[in-house]
Design a protein around this ligand. Structure first.
Ligand code: GLC
Length: 696
């Protein structure tokens, strides 16, 4: 059926029409409109508003071969209802929630004619200096792969029939997050083993979840930029992963082959990108300017063009664009920022919060007599939106000050002042902060990064709280008023001195519209924090890269640094609760399994505290001896459970044999015999340990 439709369309298309399908522009001005009328454009991005999109779709359908447009957009953590940045939401470890928030984002975007969402960003990140860690799911392959699949399923749920569907676009293929020095766009030099074991699995998971497009990366990978890398885009993606969807370049990444020193000019860049397997040229115009003459000169066959156009037309047919590319304007009012979406945003925000420290001060009492709310981010309405939230609106943001005001009783005296800028000190403000802290029972310090201190090409060489804010902490601490540090940031940050001095620390990332309500829910105990870190927090930036699943080395017990402990300040999987969960009676069904058997493990978890709460139970393994060195620990399972006070539950894990495998020296996936350690616990460093053996 689809093939017949494609063949029929191809038969009506001129070579110009066909090449037009490979062209995408990132703005809609007179030039692009003329090109569309001439059938020379197949997709757009950065076109906003249902009316505008409907108008340009009608022009496309009345031009050339009457082919509707793909309309792409960066919906990374919300369209108009803004959710926590992905690095934050990933700390919920709640796959159902993540799928749901992704579905909501797509639902809203589709009402304004978007049909390609340039998400999820699935780059495994281990360098917090890199600004784009904010967009991803952290350092772990297992968790990152599960989240990648959940996001694709959510984005592509397409639970509507009255408008075109939406397709996901996992990015950036591949290795982008391994940029040297955490400098965005920088060179990447990684082994095929690292590529296959660390960076590829989330893309495979996204493809297996049905992702319809993939975006190739900017970076030079081992000497060949991803946008010209045939091994990546054809051998790996097409031949090995059997990806049949559409490959879209990153923004002008084809033209950037010139600046990489790989292409002489845009004509040469177009040749290299086409040969590698890039289907759509995002905004560089290399394909628009040169493909026609290249085909006419015999450099490319019409068959190759037809092969690419076929993939693009199939996608457009599957999205329903030929049935009806127009969206009903009324839908926007019904769907965008509806009550259900805003409620889900608050739930996602609460579950993203990680309690890092609590010396018995949290949760606060709602009848507290006086509270000082201090910091440049305490009543800030734009920075909680985080990076990539261009359609979010500051007026929709509930600030921390507002959230606290909504929460406390009418006997509570709330004092507020900024105390400092985000990057500049304000002496008078510091004095005000000291005064209000002195007369309050607790000082809530809302500090951290502005939203533009992370995100694309917003990298930092030092990753602490800005100096002026640390000075403010120091001055307020002198009052002796207990301090709760509420952090807003887009990356792991270094907190060693604060960790020693403040009474409690809440990591709240950038939580989107419902920030203040969610933070107040946690501060006052209406929600018991359950988040767990998905990226290690280093003690200082000199430890970077730092992650939990490192290799042992031949000298594991040697001191790593003269001047700092080798461990992170807060490890992967770490997060506190207002209650205590005890882990007991871990039972392995067997202590010997064959290479194709699964292992059933049970464990009892009890809520020994006085409040209900959720616990993210984590299962890790270690392959003690193998033909390729294995990490000292690998996450291979997790479950999020809710327990009432005193409730005890036995939970079961089925550890599948393929979770024990790895790529041998020839990159064949194998499960070897040998001994394994297994941990089940509340973080990557705390849990019950046992062992088993894989036998022939
Ligand atoms: C940007 C980003 C990519 C984004 C694209 C379109 O430079 O690298 O993630 O989807 O351009 O905005």
């Amino acid at each position: 059926m689809i093939n017949q439709k494609v063949q029929k369309l191809l038969s009506t298309m001129s070579l110009k029409d066909k090449i037009g399908q490979l062209v995408q522009f990132g703005k809609l001005e007179q030039r692009e409109i003329e090109l569309i009328k001439n059938g020379k454009v197949g997709s757009l991005l950065n076109v906003y508003g249902a009316e505008r999109v409907n108008e340009i779709q009608k022009i496309a359908m009345e031009s050339g071969a009457s082919i509707p447009l793909l309309i792409g957009d960066d919906v990374i953590h919300g369209y108009k209802t803004i959710f926590p940045i992905p690095l934050g939401e990933s700390c919920s470890w709640d796959l159902q929630l993540i799928e749901e928030t992704s579905a909501i984002q797509a639902r809203e975007a589709s009402t304004e004619g978007i049909n390609v969402i340039f998400a999820p960003m699935v780059d495994i990140a281990r360098d917090p200096r890199w600004g784009r860690v904010a967009e991803g799911a952290g350092e772990d392959v297992y968790l990152g792969s599960k989240i990648a699949a959940a996001r694709v399923k959510g984005i592509q749920r397409n639970d509507w029939s009255d408008r075109p569907k939406i397709v996901a676009c996992p990015k950036h293929f591949i290795g982008y997050s391994a940029a040297e020095g955490g400098r965005d766009y920088n060179s990447v030099d990684i082994s095929e083993r690292s590529l296959r074991e660390t960076y590829l699995p989330p893309f495979k998971a996204a493809i297996d979840a049905g992702a319809g497009t993939i975006m190739c990366a900017f970076n030079d990978l081992n000497g060949v930029p991803a946008s010209a890398n045939k091994f990546l885009l054809t051998t790996l993606l097409r031949d090995e992963l059997k990806f049949e969807g559409v490959v879209i370049s990153d923004w002008e990444s084809i033209e950037e082959l010139i600046y990489h020193g790989l292409a002489k000019n845009k004509r040469d860049a177009a040749i290299k990108a086409m040969n590698a397997g890039v289907d759509i040229d995002m905004n560089s115009s290399s394909y628009n300017d040169h493909l026609m003459e290249l085909v006419q000169a015999g450099d490319f066959s019409v068959d190759l063009i037809d092969e690419v156009v076929t993939r693009i037309l199939k996608l457009k047919i599957k999205l329903g664009l030929f049935d009806n590319a127009i969206t009903d304007i009324k839908l926007c009012n019904e769907i965008i920022r509806c009550e259900e979406h805003v409620k889900k945003a608050r739930e996602a925000a609460r579950k993203s919060i990680v309690l890092l420290k609590n010396n018995n001060i949290l949760p606060l009492n709602k009848n507290i007599k006086s509270i000082a709310v201090i910091g440049p981010l305490a009543d800030d309405k734009s920075n909680p939106l985080g990076c990539w939230s261009f359609k979010g609106k500051p007026e929709n943001v509930i600030t921390v000050l507002r959230g606290i005001s909504n929460k406390v009783s009418n006997i509570t005296e709330i004092y507020h002042t900024r105390g400092s800028g985000i990057l500049e000190s304000e002496e008078s403000e510091i004095q005000k902060a000291v005064e209000i802290a002195r007369k309050s029972e607790v000082a809530i310090m809302v500090l951290g990064e502005s939203s533009d201190m992370s995100g694309e090409n917003h990298n930092r060489s030092s990753i602490g709280i800005p100096e002026c804010q640390r000075k403010l902490i120091g001055e307020v601490l002198k009052t002796g008023t207990p301090m709760v540090l509420v952090l807003m940031n887009g990356r792991p940050i270094t907190l060693v001195s604060e960790n020693d001095t403040v009474t409690a620390i809440l990591e709240t990332w950038q939580l989107g519209d419902e920030s203040g309500n969610a933070i107040a829910d946690v501060l006052f105990g209406d929600y018991n924090p359950s988040g767990k870190l998905v990226m290690s927090f280093p003690r200082n930036v000199g430890q970077v890269p730092i992650y939990y699943n490192y290799k042992s080395t031949g000298r594991p017990n040697f001191k790593k640094y003269l001047d700092v402990d080798e461990t992170p300040l807060y490890p992967f999987g770490y997060g506190l609760s207002y209650t205590n969960f005890s882990y007991k009676n871990m039972v392995l069904e067997k202590h010997k399994i064959t290479q194709d058997e699964s292992l059933r493990v049970t464990i009892e978890i009890e809520n020994c505290g006085l409040v209900e709460g959720e616990e993210i139970v984590q299962l890790y393994i270690r392959d003690l001896v193998a033909s390729i060195t294995r990490p000292v620990k690998e996450l291979k399972g997790f479950q999020k459970i809710f327990l009432k006070p005193g409730e005890c539950r036995t939970i079961e894990f089925i550890l599948k044999h393929e979770e024990l495998g790895f790529y041998d020296e020839n990159f064949n996936f194998i499960v070897e015999t040998g001994e394994f350690e297994i941990w089940i616990g509340t973080s990557s460093v705390e849990g019950l340990k046992s062992g088993f053996e894989v036998v022939k």
